[in-house]
Design a protein around this ligand. Structure first.
Ligand code: PPE
Length: 318
């Protein structure tokens, strides 16, 4: 089913518009130059009703991304949080993937355009396991990419900006053409950075390792896993990793809002550990799913209930 041809509503610049009418012009500046910021947030069908997981943290990152790019958002954090909550509520989704996107309009063309308005949308739809239900259980096959992750002074790695995903897609298409499920990108010095849309972890001798965030996105799922690991008393080290450290790891997994916690069973044709979901991966995965479904107590502010129509009023600032 086309993403453009669905029932429901999309929040567009403060108004809810019918899904099929949430259109924008072909001379939209961001479409041409890749300068737009976005988020991916999941809403889960929790024991206390539908709730968005770490909404405030995602909106904070969205605003940070805009700040890095010098894009002036006409909406407050509260406006955007309200838009996400109400978009899920109005579409009557029990669980959802929520996509806020802020982009430049069609007020001007060319790199020098300086009269551009910032527009924002929030859409939400049902999205099953990103790397497949089978991937969540049995793990996926990954290939190290021949494309490097962005150098820290090429694109800004802390910004979740649309243009950066050209690099992700080059890597992903290459990995899939080689029969793998996902790509692993190394930084420009050859150290492990992240997946095309996930952060990466390994387990060796009971210790959990993940790359420092120099050239990887500051993943919110990554942060959640670090807090669950500390709850379990697992020793965690954030350090530079090499691809061969992954080859000889006991376990490996990816984390991301879309990917959740997905085990990696193979990298570059080398089987990792026993070639299946490892025991610590399984534990962290269970804890993660318990947390997002409120079967386990979450820190304050991590689960935000959705709202129904008219519960929020959005004002455009400037
Ligand atoms: N690295 C990258 C490059 C990335 O895109 C994501 C999220 C992460 C790490 C993990 O971040 P977090 O979601 O905060 O744990 N990737 C999003 C895009 C997926 C898509 O196909 O679109 C996501 O998971 O929502």
């Amino acid at each position: 089913m086309s993403m453009a041809d669905r029932d429901g509503v999309i929040w567009y610049d403060g108004q809810f518009v019918p899904w099929r009418e949430a259109n924008t012009h072909v001379l939209t500046h961001s479409l041409h130059y890749g300068l737009a910021v976005f988020e991916g947030i999941r809403a889960y069908d929790t024991v206390n009703g539908t709730a968005l997981f770490r909404l405030a943290d995602h909106i904070k990152r969205l605003r940070g991304s805009a700040h890095i790019l010098g894009m002036k958002l006409p909406y407050s954090a509260l406006d955007l949080e309200g838009a996400c909550r109400e978009t899920v509520g109005r579409n009557a989704l029990k669980s959802a993937y929520v996509r806020p996107l802020c982009f430049y309009g069609s007020e001007g063309m060319g790199l020098r355009a300086d009269n551009l308005k910032v527009h924002a949308i929030v859409a939400a739809w049902e999205w099953a396991a990103y790397l497949g239900a089978d991937g969540i259980e049995r793990g996926i096959r990954v290939k190290t990419s021949s494309y490097s992750r962005h150098h820290v002074n090429v694109t800004m790695c802390k910004a979740k900006v649309t243009g950066a995903y050209l690099n992700s897609m080059l890597a992903l298409h290459e990995a899939r053409a080689a029969g793998c499920d996902e790509a692993l990108l190394l930084d420009t010095e050859g150290y492990v950075a992240e997946g095309s849309g996930e952060n990466v972890f390994i387990v060796r001798d009971g210790i959990l390792y993940t790359p420092e965030l120099t050239s990887a996105l500051e993943g919110i799922t990554r942060d959640t896993i670090l807090s669950l690991a500390s709850e379990l008393g697992v020793v965690v080290r954030e350090k530079r990793l090499t691809r061969d450290e992954i080859y000889i790891a006991d376990e490996a997994f990816f984390t991301g809002t879309a990917a959740e916690v997905t085990p990696i069973r193979e990298l570059d044709g080398r089987v990792i550990g026993d070639g299946e979901r490892g025991p610590l991966t399984a534990r962290l995965q269970t804890l993660y799913f318990d947390l997002v479904h409120a079967r386990k107590a979450a820190p304050a502010g991590w689960l935000t209930p959705v709202t129904s129509a008219a519960a929020t009023r959005t004002k455009r600032h400037g």
